[in-house]
Design a protein. Structure first.
Ligand code: EPS
Length: 366
């Protein structure tokens, strides 16, 4: 199960091809609406003001409302591109942007917006993952949900990774788990936008309901595939599984997740041991950098090597991480579906292995 996407931010359309999808999954254009709206720009003053309809056209792979097993092609036409916003920086490199590396690699670049490196590309990842989320839920009862757990240096006052208030997360435009802080976030973002600067963010994804056994032991480890998938999202600079970098300062006697007949007593591993799922919740945390398209002047070069001062106007996200929760969920769902199918292909006839340790920790580790 794999996807590829195509299209540029200011081209006529963006799209994806989903290959290796099992037949018989009911899919209609309406199925895409919810997650695409969660990811879209222009919903609040805290994200880019570009208004895209993000209407999905299903071009292939679905017949009479169900997947046929052949490649699924999805298309979204761009309806609100404004390439002239970029006319003044078409031959300049924005420091911190992929402008420079695309130029060095290809010797030319599409200067309309971020082109292929624009967050617009993530739309199709979210669309493709609607199919994966549906299959995972129907076939395995797996639920993939995410939330924003840091903007700049602001973190949730109340946050328990084992008991996230998902209703609160979905009730605010930040996907923030602590409802008491929405006013604080609004003021922070208003001040940031006025200053012309941008900021980074952290997104946590939790996948629950997995059986133990998904993931390959060496090449294609579940955590390795997840890390690669998250790092493939533009603006991502870091990924943690479970306790991640906090594990550096932990002792082994603390980090090991004790096992009782009632279940694991903690989940420092993030639901993965040896590249294979334990059956506990998978926990993936992703770091987004502050975006580089700023109206604050910065020193740079143009494509002829002349020193220039770059000022980026147009419609940009002061914190692209705010819209990244559905994108991170999407990448986790795509990896899980692929690993589930791979596991079924290799071990499908192995059956239930005893003992199965209950997924839910029933007590706090000492
Ligand atoms: C983006 C810049 C803006 C955003 C875009 C990501 O677009 P434009 O190129 O029109 O200025 O609106 O995000 C989307 C359009 C989207 O759908 O996510 C950028 O520089 O990455």
């Amino acid at each position: 199960f794999a996807i590829t996407t195509f299209g540029e931010s200011h081209g006529p359309a963006i799209g994806c091809v989903v290959d290796g999808c099992p037949p018989g999954i009911a899919i209609a254009p309406e199925d895409f609406r919810h997650d695409l709206e969660r990811r879209a720009t222009g919903k609040t003053r805290h994200t880019s003001a570009r208004h895209e309809a993000d209407e999905v056209e299903i071009l292939s792979g679905v017949y009479e409302g169900v997947t046929t097993g052949t490649p699924i092609a999805l298309l979204i036409r761009n309806t609100d591109a404004r390439s002239k916003d970029y006319a003044n920086i078409a031959a300049q490199f924005r420091p911190g942007h992929a402008d420079y590396t695309y130029w060095q690699k290809y010797g030319l670049r599409d200067p309309r917006g971020g082109g292929r490196s624009s967050a617009r590309e993530t739309t199709m990842r979210v669309a493709a993952a609607v199919i994966a989320k549906k299959w995972l839920a129907q076939h395995h009862g797996v639920q993939v949900r995410g939330c924003l757990t840091q903007i700049g240096d602001i973190t949730p006052h109340a946050f328990d990774a084992e008991n996230i208030d998902w209703a609160a997360v979905e009730a605010n435009p930040f996907f923030w788990p602590d409802a008491s802080q929405i006013g604080e976030l609004e003021s922070y973002m208003d001040a940031l936008r006025k200053s012309g600067d941008s900021v980074g963010a952290r997104v946590d994804v939790v996948a629950e309901g997995l059986p133990p056994g998904w993931g390959e032991p060496i090449y294609g480890k579940l955590d390795g595939e997840l890390a690669a998938a998250m790092m493939s999202i533009n603006a991502v600079k870091g990924v943690e599984i479970g306790d991640g970098f906090a594990a550096i300062a932990q002792k082994g006697s603390f980090h090991r997740d004790e096992i009782s007949a009632d279940g694991f007593l903690s989940n420092h591993a993030g639901g993965i041991l040896g590249g294979i799922s334990t059956g506990q919740a998978i926990r993936v945390s992703t770091a987004f950098k502050p975006t580089s398209s700023l109206r604050l002047p910065v020193q740079s070069l143009d494509t002829a090597g002349n020193a220039v001062e770059v000022v980026t106007t147009g419609r940009h996200d002061p914190c692209v991480g705010i819209r990244a929760t559905p994108i991170c969920e999407a990448m986790v769902a795509l990896v899980l579906m692929d690993q589930a199918l791979r596991h079924r292909a290799q071990c499908g006839d192995v059956g239930e292995i005893a003992p199965r340790i209950p997924a839910k920790a029933t007590g706090k580790k000492r």
